[in-house]
Every structure is written in C-alpha cells, then in structure tokens.
Design a protein around this ligand. Structure first.
Ligand code: F6P
Length: 367
C-alpha cells in the first residue's frame, strides 16, 4: 500500500485545510494510506507523533476552517542539511515515499531541494548507521508534489495560488469599511497590504475598490517628480468632488532606486503637501485569517485530488510536479522550473526591468 503524506508550510493561507482534506480523501479512495505531518517541515524533522495517519473522518469539517489545522511553521532546521537528514530518516521509518507540500515559494523551493538531495541523504544515513541498506532500499526515489498555498499569488506557472482570492476579498471588505469613514470625514487613508515582493493583492484590491493610487514592487514610480504627480492626481480627484482618498501600498513597494515606499511616508506626504486629514491602516494578519472563499475551497480540493493523481503517476524519471491552475484548468507543471522562474521574476524586479503590471494612472482605471 502506498503511503502518502501531506504537510502545510510557511505562512498559512485560507484553503489549506481543503487541500489537506482533498489529499487525505483522494489518497484513501485510491487505496493508499494518508498521513498528515504536523507543523510543516518541523514535523518531518521531529518525526514520531508529528506524523499522523489520517482517516476519512479526521478531515471532517475542514472545508470552512481558515488557516491550517495541522499547523505550519517557518522551519529553520529544515534549511540545514542535518535537519533534512532527520526528515529523510523519519519518512523512511514511517514507510512514506510520497510527500505533498502545500506552501509558498520558499516552502516549495525547500521541497525541491529535499527531492534532489534524497539519494545522498539516504547514503549518508546508511553510512552513519541511522538506516540499514534493507530499510533504505525500497525508498530510492522520493515523490514530491507541490501545491501552492499562499495569499501572495507570487508563484510562476500558475495563475492563482490557494488563499489569494480569500485574502483579496478580505482586503476589499476592509477598504470598503475604511472608505465609508473616509467619506464621512473627507479623509485620506493609506492602507498597507501584504504580498511580500508581489503586488498582486495591492493591484487587484486597488482596481476592485477604486483606489486613487497604488504602489507595487513590480512597477516602481518612475521619474524624479512622481510625488508631485501623485499629489496632482489626488488633488484632481478632490477637485472633482471626491470626499475620500485611498492609497494602497503593497508591503514590498519600492521606488526606482529600490528604496522602500512605506505607508507612513505616504501618509506624511498627503498630510504635508495636500493638507489632507490622513490616517494609516496596516491591515496585517487580518488579511490572512478567517474562513476561505468558495473559490479557494474548490481550488484546493481539486488540486489536492490532482496532487494524489500526480503521485500515483510519477516515476523516477519524471520531474516533480507542481499543481497549479492555468486558464481555469487545474494544471500539472514542473516544480523545479516553476521555482526557478519565480526566482527570475524576483531578480528582474531588483534589476528594475520588470514591466508586468498595468499603469493605474491610465484613465480607464480612474473614477
Ligand atoms: O507569504 C505570506 C505572508 O503573509 C506575506 O504576505 C507576508 O509578508 C508574510 O507572510 C508575513 O509573515 P509572518 O506571518 O511570518 O509575519
């Protein structure tokens, strides 16, 4: 009987529980044993009670619950080879040769490294006497499948990541609430949203709420006088009779010299230059918590099932799969390539030659 384990890693994302449920139930339906590794990679490193066999009913009620019930961690130990050696030993001792990892860019990079090191990890464990040749023999190949769970929507080779839509919705609700008080007082609000080095959440929230200005890492404001331009634009909106001003700053926003653009700087700018009564709201982890949207539940369920199918289809010569969604279809792509491509985008942003975002100063987006 195949033994398939799932873990959730990195920042939690709404929909991760649906992914765990999908994997557990798909594995059981396909005649496999399903395991949940608790606390992300830390559970693999610690082994023992952290790796639990899951039954059909163990994931009952998972669909509507936010976060991840099986726990997650940003695990330092797994970043070092000794940690990965312990993880490999624990998997072999449990008889598990397939690992489905639901996490973001960093977690999937770790998964890919683990897979590539697997033969050498086993060799080392045999040489140190931690495993016998007989114990290691059936586990010459580790199947890894990646599910992208991240509110940031920052992974290449997939149009959308598990949790991003719920998070976007939560941001929009918050900005709607802020907008009503902003209008009442004729105030300006600078709202900082998450996303790490990716501006997707800020950009989409800006379009969905009709923000006046948006700052995202992919499109640093250009020219020396961008502050003047922004103030002129906001003043124009005010002169047209708008009683509120909303500026969204992605937490990774930078200027063209790669200097961070902060919500505080923008609040001071609006106060000093336009004399607007300005407040700042850092939405923080409110964005990441709470019950997942129907979209994320369904996305994660379908992808969880596909991940099990990918495990069952995998052979040592086929590269590890990443389950994504492209043009509305669940897709299976090469995990290693997706990880590499994501790194390239990050580097392009640092080189300032990435033009992937829309210009929100385009009249089409102005109210
Ligand atoms: O990657 C998800 C994310 O929420 C980012 O948007 C944010 O930068 C980061 O995680 C926050 O991490 P933590 O929860 O560890 O503070």
């Amino acid at each position: 009987k195949r033994k398939i384990a799932i873990l959730t890693s990195g920042g939690d994302a709404p929909g991760m529980n649906a992914a765990v449920r999908g994997v557990v139930r798909a594995a059981i339906s396909r005649g496999c044993d399903a395991y949940a590794v608790h606390e992300g990679y830390q559970g693999l490193v610690d082994g023992g009670k952290m790796i639990k066999k899951m039954g059909w009913d163990d994931v009952q009620g998972y669909l509507s619950v936010g976060g991840t019930v099986i726990g997650t961690a940003r695990c330092k130990a797994f970043r070092e080879r000794p940690g990965r050696l312990l993880a490999a030993k624990n998997l072999v001792k449990e008889g598990i040769d397939a690992l489905i990892v639901c996490g973001g860019d960093g977690s999937l990079t770790g998964a890919d490294l683990f897979r590539s090191e697997w033969p050498s990890l086993l060799e080392e464990l045999i040489s140190t006497g931690d495993l016998t040749v007989e114990e290691a023999e059936p586990f010459t190949h580790l199947n890894i499948v990646g599910l992208v769970g991240s509110i940031d929507n920052d992974m290449s080779s997939t149009d959308i990541t598990i949790g991003a839509v719920t998070c976007l919705h939560r941001i929009c609700e918050s900005i709607d609430s802020i907008s009503s008080t902003a209008s009442s007082h004729s105030r300006a609000f600078v709202v900082e949203v998450m996303g790490r080095h990716c501006g997707w959440l800020a950009l989409m929230a800006g379009i969905a709420t009709g923000a006046d200005f948006i700052f995202i890492p992919e499109r640093p404001p250009s020219g020396e006088d961008w502050e003047d331009e922004m103030c002129a634009e906001i003043k124009r909106h005010r002169d047209l009779g708008k009683r509120k001003t909303i500026v969204i700053v992605s937490e990774g926003a930078i200027d063209s010299n790669l200097k961070p653009i902060t919500a505080k700087d923008m609040m001071d700018l609006l106060t000093d230059r336009l004399h607007l009564d300005t407040r700042m709201t850092i939405l923080g982890h409110v964005q990441r918590g709470g019950s997942p949207s129907a979209f994320d539940r369904n996305l994660a369920t379908m992808q969880g099932v596909e991940a099990v199918e990918a495990v069952l289809a995998s052979t040592p010569d086929v590269p590890s799969a990443m389950i994504g969604m492209n043009e509305n279809k669940i897709s299976r792509t090469d995990l290693m390539k997706a990880v590499a491509l994501t790194g390239e985008v990050a580097k392009a942003i640092q080189r300032k030659d990435f033009v992937g975002a829309m210009d929100l100063r385009d009249p089409a987006f102005n109210q």
